[in-house]
Design a protein around this ligand. Structure first.
Ligand SMILES: [Fe+2]
Length: 316
């Protein structure tokens, strides 16, 4: 596999109404760990070496503030920036030392055609040791975005950011930047906004344990445990976090080799999906109304009113 321009999705930035309640959910329930905090912002890590996989910014309304993408080195950051300018992207900053962001690094910000903020960075501080705990998320897995401007947004990821199209379906197209079948997916649904975010747990036992712990903590499983009968073939359980975002534990994501993976069309999946219910096991077939509302963005306020938060914490 050739070296990519983007090699991973580091994690997400969210605006949350109640910082302490949200931090409690993600630490005591979800299994992340606070790594640092500033005025009105908390950074949470998974068990892997990534500095943080989630940043919670206190704001009047909950909102999806965008993603953080990893580039392999500074030269690649510079090259992506040059391409973004040529692409006509709404570039927020030139590449610089990200002194205002936890973990630092070198990078720049820009907005997608849908107005979603993205940060591309390299040389972010990493933890020296991974935490040995299979019952907690080890990394950010994937983000699914409701795309307002679908064809343009897909071109933005593939032509500018060098993502590869893994599979197309009637509802969602799946994009990869590593061996994981998808790290970003674009939902053909009213947007822009966050459809759901997913964190990887090392194995099935860990996913079952983490899901059971969430139930013990009082958070209902909104869908699952199941295995996607379709792109990625990954195991899942879905919840709705306190700010109204849909959130997924996942494991056993299909690993893709660029040289051999056969990108499949929506028609192929219409004809060949192993189980039409959506769950390969025929178990997780009924989504809760709450999950459907969360995925549709009906429980959050999206980007309205968050400009001050963006400029304060994300201006780099
Ligand atoms: Fe997912």
């Amino acid at each position: 596999m050739s070296v990519r321009n983007i090699i991973a999705v580091r994690g997400l930035n969210l605006a949350v109404r109640d910082l302490e309640a949200s931090t409690k959910f993600y630490q005591n329930g979800w299994g992340l760990e606070e790594v640092s905090r500033g005025e009105g912002v908390v950074y949470l890590r998974a068990t892997g070496t990534e500095h943080h996989v989630l940043a919670l910014h206190e704001a009047p309304q909950s909102a999806f503030l965008g993603t953080r993408l990893a580039a392999p080195d500074k030269a690649t950051v510079d090259a992506i920036h040059a391409r973004a300018v040529g692409f006509g992207a709404d570039v927020i900053s030139r590449p610089h030392v990200l002194s205002a962001q936890a973990g630092g690094g070198y990078g720049f910000g820009f907005r997608t055609p849908d107005g979603i903020t993205q940060w591309v960075s390299s040389d972010v501080a990493a933890h020296q040791d991974a935490i040995d705990d299979n019952h907690r998320p080890n990394k950010f897995s994937h983000v699914v975005i409701r795309a307002a401007n679908f064809p343009t947004l897909q071109s933005f990821y593939t032509d500018l950011l060098d993502f590869r199209l893994s599979d197309e379906t009637d509802g969602i197209d799946f994009l990869r930047c590593s061996r994981d079948h998808h790290s970003v997916a674009l939902a053909k649904a009213a947007g822009p906004g966050l459809h759901h975010m997913a964190f990887e747990v090392p194995n099935l036992d860990g996913l079952m344990y983490a899901s059971g712990n969430m139930r013990t903590q009082g958070y209902d499983v909104e869908l699952g445990v199941g295995r996607h009968s379709g792109p990625g073939n990954n195991i899942f359980s879905f919840f709705v976090e306190p700010n109204g975002f849909a959130i997924e534990y996942t494991t056993e994501m299909e690993q893709v080799d660029d040289a051999t993976y056969p990108k499949r069309s929506a028609q192929w999946w219409r004809d060949n999906r192993p189980n039409k219910s959506g769950c390969a096991w025929g178990m997780a077939t009924k989504k809760s109304e709450r999950l459907l509302s969360a995925r549709a963005g009906k429980l959050v306020s999206e980007l309205n009113g968050c400009d001050a938060v963006i400029s304060k914490h994300l201006a780099g």
